[in-house]
Design a binder for this molecule. Structure first.
Ligand code: FMN
Length: 183
């Protein structure tokens, strides 16, 4: 494992004011030394069609290449109808095909989420089920759920809640340690 660790952040929301994308941006501002965090752009990924899994669209190729090139993945997962958003599932479905060359295999990852009263707990559990099929090596703990997210960020997307900031930093540091340990 190289000294430098490159993390790819993947948000399940395309919304301009997304709290989940904001979590990733806040993480970018609290990285340890020798760690970088790039946020993937899922907005150009079309709906999955298995007819094209061997010749995927350019946006999918680019997404798969970013996953393959990352040392670790950090997922920020909103909760939609007690599960993960279709945008994220669709992107994962594309990237997971063909299965024998899918880039999630053995990749260290962590998950977090910001949302309503329960802070995405149900979506995160669903995500862990998906991740087990992909053979993603998801950090068991610490967990980060940001409940009542609309009260925890300012108008510029800065996470203002100190507990949440401490937990976010703990997740990032634990992911880096997990990645070094697995490397
Ligand atoms: C289609 C849809 C379904 C949602 N379902 C849930 C839900 O099941 N549980 C929950 O706590 N919040 C739910 N919400 C609220 C979202 O979690 C909340 O809007 C969150 O801020 C979305 O993430 P974002 O800010 O990153 O876009 C839902 C929102 C949408 C648009």
């Amino acid at each position: 494992m190289a000294a430098h660790i490159h993390i790819l952040g993947i948000s399940g929301s395309l919304r301009r004011g997304s709290f989940n994308t904001a979590l990733l941006r806040n993480a970018q501002a609290m990285l340890p030394e020798d760690v970088s965090l790039e946020i993937a752009d899922l907005s150009g990924i079309p709906l999955f069609n298995q007819d094209h899994e061997h010749e995927p669209p350019e946006a999918v190729r680019a997404f798969k290449a970013k996953i393959a090139g990352a040392d670790a993945l950090l997922f920020a997962v909103p909760e939609y109808n007690y599960s993960i958003p279709g945008v994220l599932k669709n992107a994962i479905d594309w990237a997971s095909r063909p299965y024998n060359e899918q880039p999630f295999n053995g990749k260290p990852a962590a998950i977090m989420g910001a949302g309503g009263r329960f802070g995405t707990v149900r979506a995160q559990l669903h995500f862990r089920q998906i991740a087990s099929y992909l053979n993603l090596l998801v950090l068991p703990r610490p967990e980060l759920m940001v409940p009542l997210a609309h009260q925890k960020f300012d108008a510029d997307g800065v996470l203002t809640d100190q507990d949440a900031r401490d937990q976010l930093k703990a997740v990032v540091n634990a992911l880096v340690e997990w990645t070094r340990r697995l490397g």
